[in-house]
Design a binder for this molecule. Structure first.
Ligand code: IPT
Length: 958
């Protein structure tokens, strides 16, 4: 087809032309249902894939074309996830040569075809529109052989007027979709490239006098308690809100007493917009968003974002996400204390926003725009700063705002992500402000904040955020320091982590204009794969790719919460419980922005040696937002037994809510009362040498002092261990020049330590084994002494480590590891649980007695890496062995070695052997978020320093 656009003197086909498209209707407000009939056209379509844009001619779109030989394809869906071609993952790199707006000749092109009959009761009057809610990346559409037009803007709706073309039976809808188009340059989001018709296709009847576009303006005056409602409508009509007694003309302003909408109290009023030909249901939430004194306020109060970035993703269907999955996401968010979503980096399926209104989340709604790949060439040719592209950018802004403007949950518009700076962005911001002055404008990529109402950054470290809090941050115009600040991305949740969440939260709670952040990101984008379990970049042989950088979510691909989500829930809990366990005094602070505490019930339990012995209800006054209450616990039920005792206090939902049931835990704290008695030190039994063996009480050693068994229980290879399978955060940011922590560890040789035996000494009451543990090619070393003692039935080990040399790196871990027979079985422990924890990811660790099987102790990161440590161990039982300790070390038990874990690329690479490998560590290095952000904070670094670990081994009674 002849192109419309002329670039560089060349006539380009429609898919390479910078124009956003032709033939579609102006954008308008989206709604799921009115009383006008609709006909969903989802289902199985006929499909043909061609290797280039013009390999097949367009005759398939002609009336009467016989497509019976074509394969079937599910719409909505992506063809690369249905056996036609393969997905491709890149973060910022364009997967094609950068020569805008041209795209490669190899341009997978999917022809989609379906026929449909109108339902018998389809009205004969009026017209009809055909709506596409999302097609990646460029579509051309025909109905009954007539071309309707073409469009780009993958995650945006496009409508065509089709009334006169429809016939009662045998309508033929043909859609040609090109994977690559000029639009691809604007859609360089960090995700899989997934072509196809991935959101619904709907035929909508448009009766005579139907509603056109409309704009619900519903504000709230918190001083007067009044809501003000005005519905502007292209087609005049009436607006009724029965519950409020409102019956007003469109365009008319009415003020009534209402309850406001907030993310914590998502009060919606059912309303109807009635034009002469159509009744459109509305759900109205009254709220006012403003920046006052450099602070974002809703209904007059400062809000704090406890947010996540959400891409649309399902491991089987990619960005074709069904309603159930959307609801699941939101229920999980609400249950984990999350109150905000940034729709990175495009508008989500519109039904998702309906759910945000209903369940209560603040939304930053982002335009479908990212040109990140231009950084590689210092932004040369960036469409965001090129007037020829501005119409396409404005089209994207308008399609976002017009579609989503009637959602109470949307309080901020975002221009897009990672587009550098430029005139196109300014034009978008100006257009948005003129169209919707009642919301704020966000964009992260411009530190001058020329176009925005907030200062936004991604991955800034704690120190910089603190400077921003204090107003002492460098650079940028002074005006920036008067703006509210958010971290639109932080706490990169790739693999094990993120660490350092609590330190950010303290900053957000300290400085009024630091208004929280959005963890990157909600879910791992691992695609279901027969061999790999979940595939990531490169697993389809694609080049270039960015590996498992696509798996950086708080949920695993199957939507199981990762430890990172459990940690985030604890760190952002909206109630803080603090106190003094011995005195039984509590201070309960309500960190909600709007709600008082009357929706919560408080409970206490009293635990002796990790087991609950008494519990009860704790009366707490209905403390208002931002206020606190002082509360007294009952007298401690027991005292002085010598066992460790503590209180656990919980805030739980007092009643069922739409997102969780009564009893759901929102916040908690543990308050120690008494510490337990110290570890008894067995002694007295002398070691005995007998040929090649040494015996010490129940234990047997070889002549080198290596433990062989305890009673009948064989024990393998007990020795010092410092290595961990590097996490994604240890591996750092591949694009940074400085070597990552993991690279430095490997360079020092921590993954290949040698153990030299220096002495085996049989004393009166102990066996002492002296060693030096050190890497080849280095003078660094760890002088390590193992001292064994026994009372005849139990075995005490004390390990003392003294570093030698100037250690240039922190240690991954420091402790012992050994093997027990049998890789399966149960593990019980008194310590932190139930999930894993590391020094800077341990806020959610609950001290108690826990039980798990070995398999469930492993955290299944999509790319295997260090995982599964449990902190604060008092005792543990596993594989027939009991370990008692008073050093509260870290316990890790896995059915494979650290080396196997280190070598694995996907979960199925790990298969249990016949040994249970146990690590007992006196220290662990923290986790940090250096896969994209700051590393481990100083208090959580594990430096080589004189250390010791003691534990008592005995056999469990079978
Ligand atoms: C930032 C992107 O905005 C986001 O899409 C994602 O790629 C994230 O990083 C990392 O997973 S950009 C980054 C180069 C700071």
């Amino acid at each position: 087809m002849p192109g419309r656009g002329l670039m560089e003197g060349m006539e380009l086909p429609h898919h390479e032309d910078v124009s956003p498209g032709s033939g579609s209707l102006p954008p308008r407000a989206w709604y799921a249902a009115s009383d006008a009939p609709t006909l969903p056209l989802d289902g199985t379509w006929r499909f043909r894939l061609s290797p280039t844009a013009d390999a097949a001619d367009e005759s398939f779109a002609a009336d009467g074309f016989d497509a019976r030989a074509w394969e079937g394809i599910a719409v909505p869906g992506h063809w690369v996830l249905q056996g036609h071609g393969t997905p491709h993952y890149t973060n910022q790199l364009y997967p094609f040569p950068v020569d805008p707006p041209r795209v490669p000749t190899e341009n997978p092109t999917g022809d989609h075809l379906r026929t449909f009959d109108l339902p018998a009761d389809w009205p004969s009057d009026g017209g009809a529109t055909l709506r596409f809610d999302g097609v990646e990346s460029c579509a051309r559409v025909w109905l009954n052989g007539t071309p309707l037009g073409d469009f780009k803007g993958s995650r945006l709706p496009h409508e065509f007027a089709v009334g006169p073309l429809l016939r009662p039976e045998g309508n033929v809808l043909a859609v040609r979709v090109h994977q690559w188009s000029s639009g691809s340059y604007l859609e360089d989001q960090d995700q899989w490239w997934l072509p196809g018709i991935f959101r619904g296709v709907t035929l909508l009847h448009r009766p005579e006098g139907c509603a056109g576009d409309y704009f619900v303006h519903a504000s709230y005056d918190h001083r007067a308690g009044t809501g003000t409602l005005r519905v502007d409508s292209d087609v005049p009509g009436r607006v009724t809100v029965p519950e409020l007694g409102v019956d007003a003309a469109t365009g008319e302003t009415v003020a009534v007493p209402v309850r406001p909408w907030t993310a914590e109290t998502p009060r919606l009023y059912d309303a109807v917009l009635a034009t002469s030909g159509e009744r459109v249901p509305l759900r109205v939430g009254f709220r006012t968003v403003a920046v006052e004194d450099g602070v974002i306020k809703v209904n007059g109060r400062r809000i704090l974002f406890r947010g996540v970035n959400r891409h649309e993703f399902h491991p089987d269907t990619g960005r074709a996400v069904d309603l159930h999955t959307m609801r699941t996401d939101l229920l999980l968010m609400k249950r984990h204390n999350i109150n905000a979503v940034r729709t990175s980096h495009y508008p989500p399926h519109p039904a998702f926003l309906d759910l945000c209104n209903e369940l209560g989340l603040w939304v930053i709604d982002e335009c479908d725009l990212e040109t990140h790949g231009f950084t590689v060439q210092q932004w040369r040719g960036n469409p965001a700063d090129d007037d020829r592209w501005t119409p396409a950018l404005l089209d994207r802004a308008a399609r976002t705002v017009e579609r989503d403007k009637n959602h109470a949950s949307v309080i901020v518009w975002s221009l897009g992500n990672e587009c550098g700076t430029g005139r196109g962005l300014t034009a978008m911001a100006e257009w948005i402000r003129a169209r919707d002055p009642d919301r704020l404008v966000h964009y992260e990529g411009d530190r001058s904040c020329a176009d925005t109402d907030l200062y936004s950054r991604m991955y800034a470290d704690h120190a910089e955020v603190e400077r921003i809090g204090r107003g002492t941050d460098a650079g940028g115009p002074d005006s920036r320091r008067q703006l509210p600040f958010i971290l639109c991305e932080y706490a990169h949740a790739m693999g094990n982590g993120p660490g350092g969440l609590g330190e950010y939260q303290r900053l957000f709670e300290t400085y009024a204009h630091l208004q929280g952040g959005f963890v990157w990101e909600w879910i791992d984008h691992g695609l279901t794969h027969p061999a790999y379990d979940y595939a990531y970049g490169g697993d389809f042989g694609e080049q270039p790719h960015d590996g498992n950088f696509v798996c950086d979510g708080l949920l695993f691909p199957d939507r199981t919460p990762s430890p990172g989500l459990i940690e985030y829930k604890k760190v952002i809990e909206p109630v803080r419980i603090e106190g003094e366990g011995r005195e039984g005094t509590l201070r309960i602070t309500n960190l909600h922005d709007f709600a008082d505490l009357s929706h919560l019930a408080f409970t206490w339990s009293y635990e002796v040696a990790g087991e609950g012995v008494a519990d009860g209800v704790l009366p707490v006054p209905a403390t208002g937002p931002g206020e606190h209450a002082e509360v007294k616990l009952p007298p401690a039920p027991t005292r002085g037994s010598g066992a460790e005792t503590q209180w656990t206090v919980r805030a739980v939902l007092a009643d069922d809510t739409p997102w969780a049931q009564r009893g759901h835990v929102v916040a908690w704290a543990q308050l120690p009362v008494e510490t337990g008695t110290v570890l008894p030190v067995p002694g007295g039994t002398p070691p005995v040498r007998d040929g090649g063996r040494i015996t010490l009480g129940p234990a047997s050693f070889d002549a080198h002092g290596t433990l062989l068994s305890l009673g009948d229980l064989p024990i393998r290879d007990l020795r010092l261990d410092v290595w961990r399978a590097p996490t994604d955060n240890d591996n750092g940011m591949p694009w940074r020049p400085e070597p990552s922590l993991a690279t430095r560890w490997r360079k020092v040789g921590l993954d290949r330590m040698r153990h030299r035996l220096d002495a085996v000494e049989l004393g009166d009451g102990s066996l002492t084994v002296r060693t030096r543990v050190a890497p080849a090619a280095s003078d660094l070393g760890l002088s390590t002494e193992y001292r064994w003692q026994s009372d005849g039935s139990r075995l005490l080990l004390t390990v003392r480590v003294t570093p030698e040399g100037e250690w240039p790196v922190p240690l991954p871990r420091l402790g012992i590891r050994f093997g027990l027979p049998g890789a399966h079985g149960r593990v019980r422990w008194f310590g932190g649980g139930p999930g894993e924890a590391y020094p800077d990811t341990r806020a959610a660790s609950l001290l108690g007695v826990w039980e798990s099987d070995v398999a469930a102790l492993q955290t299944p990161y999509v790319r295997p890496q260090e995982n599964g440590a449990r902190p604060d161990i008092r005792w543990a039982e596993l594989g027939g062995l009991r370990i008692d300790t008073d050093h509260a070390p870290w316990l890790t038990a896995r059915p494979w070695t650290t080396e196997q874990l280190d070598a694995a690329a996907h979960r199925p690479d790990l298969t249990p052997g016949d040994t249970l490998w146990v690590n007992l560590d006196v220290g662990q290095h923290g986790i940090g978020t250096q896969s994209c952000g700051p590393g481990v904070l100083p208090p959580y670094e594990l430096h080589a320093a004189p250390s010791s670990l003691s534990c008592v081994f005995s056999l469990t009674t079978p």
